[in-house]
Structures are given as C-alpha cells and as structure tokens.
Ligand binder design. Structure first.
Ligand SMILES: [Fe+2]
Ligand SMILES: [Fe+2]
Length: 184
C-alpha cells in the first residue's frame, strides 16, 4: 500500500471512497489526479501476472477483472446494474478469502481482511453517490480498483494462495505463464 500512500492527493472535495484504510478517503481523487480526468478509459484486462496457482482464487480474480471492466466500459444507463454485480462479486470474493484465512488460522490475516473491508466501505459510499446520479464517481472507483488489484494480488492474495496450497498438498502452487518470446 506504500505506493498508494505516495500517490495520495486530496483535491478538496472529500468524496473519495478508498479500498485501503491507509489512504482513507482519497484514493479516487488520487487516481484521477494521476491519470487525468479527461483520460480515455481503456477498460481492464486479465494479465497472467495475476495468476496464483490456486484454482478457486484465480477463477474469482478473473471475475473481479470482468466486473471492474464492466464498471469502466458499460453505458451510464447500465451502471447501476454493473455496480450491483460488482457488489455481489466483491462480498462473495472477500468473504471467501476472509473465511479461508480464519478457518486456517492464517498468520497474515489482519491487514488482508482490513483491506477487503475498506473496499466494501468504499463501495457503500459509491452506491450512495450513484443514487445521486454521480456516475463519474463510479468510473473513478473502478479506476482506483484497477490500480489497487495488482498490488493486492501480489502482496496479499499470493501469500494466502501459497498458504492454502501448502496446507492442501504440502507443496507450493505451480503457476504456468506464457513464455516470453525474446529476439535472438
Ligand atoms: Fe482476491
Ligand atoms: Fe484478497
């Protein structure tokens, strides 16, 4: 979360839901600041770096990417449906990971569970703002999620995946990624 803290920039409106407790309510603004409010939104695509070698978690993370992509790209008149789809996903996604950590007495559960909770608090704030017609807040939230997810996967979900696979199989997860093609 250090990078996010370093990006933190508050533009004075104070409306920014944040996935991270460390960045309080500034993540949406910081993302807008970093990327520019008039920037063309490209959507969000899966990257092999997100693969963890834990089938259930990887399937859930594919779904996360698809939900955020929809938040970024769907028409305004479908944005409420897309946000509710993301909400259903996020609660299931984070509840499953939280339960896995608690059931297995995972040692690094604390900050991981806190980060999930922060995303859900931000989601609730964004829902309220969308009810007021503030579609741009949903887009900013989606961009913030797109920035947040790779680091969360790399730092927190990867550790959990390793822990769960080691418990199940007594081995580290195997991740098969595409080979790099390097010119001779
Ligand atoms: Fe996850
Ligand atoms: Fe997680």
């Amino acid at each position: 979360m250090k990078d996010l803290e370093e990006q933190q920039t508050i533009d004075g409106r104070g409306t920014a839901p944040s996935p991270s407790p460390a960045v309080a309510s500034s993540m949406v603004e910081s993302t807008q600041h970093a990327r520019g409010k008039d920037r063309v939104i490209p959507g969000f695509a899966w990257h092999d770096d997100y693969a963890l070698g834990h089938q259930t978690m990887d399937e859930t993370h594919h779904e996360f990417v698809a939900c955020v992509h929809a938040l970024l790209t769907t028409d305004d008149n479908n944005l409420e449906n897309a946000l509710e789809a993301f909400a259903e996903h996020a609660h299931r996604h984070f509840d499953d990971e939280d339960a896995s950590m608690r059931e297995t007495a995972y040692g690094s559960a604390g900050c991981h569970i806190d980060e999930h909770a922060a995303v859900l608090r931000s989601l609730d704030e964004v829902r309220v703002m969308l009810a007021d017609g503030r579609t741009e807040v949903v887009r900013s939230f989606a961009r913030a999620l797109m920035d947040w997810f790779p680091e969360h996967v790399r730092v927190m979900d990867q550790g959990l995946a390793r822990w769960l696979v080691q418990r199940q199989l007594g081995a580290s997860p195997v991740v098969i990624r595409r080979r790099l093609h390097i010119a001779a």
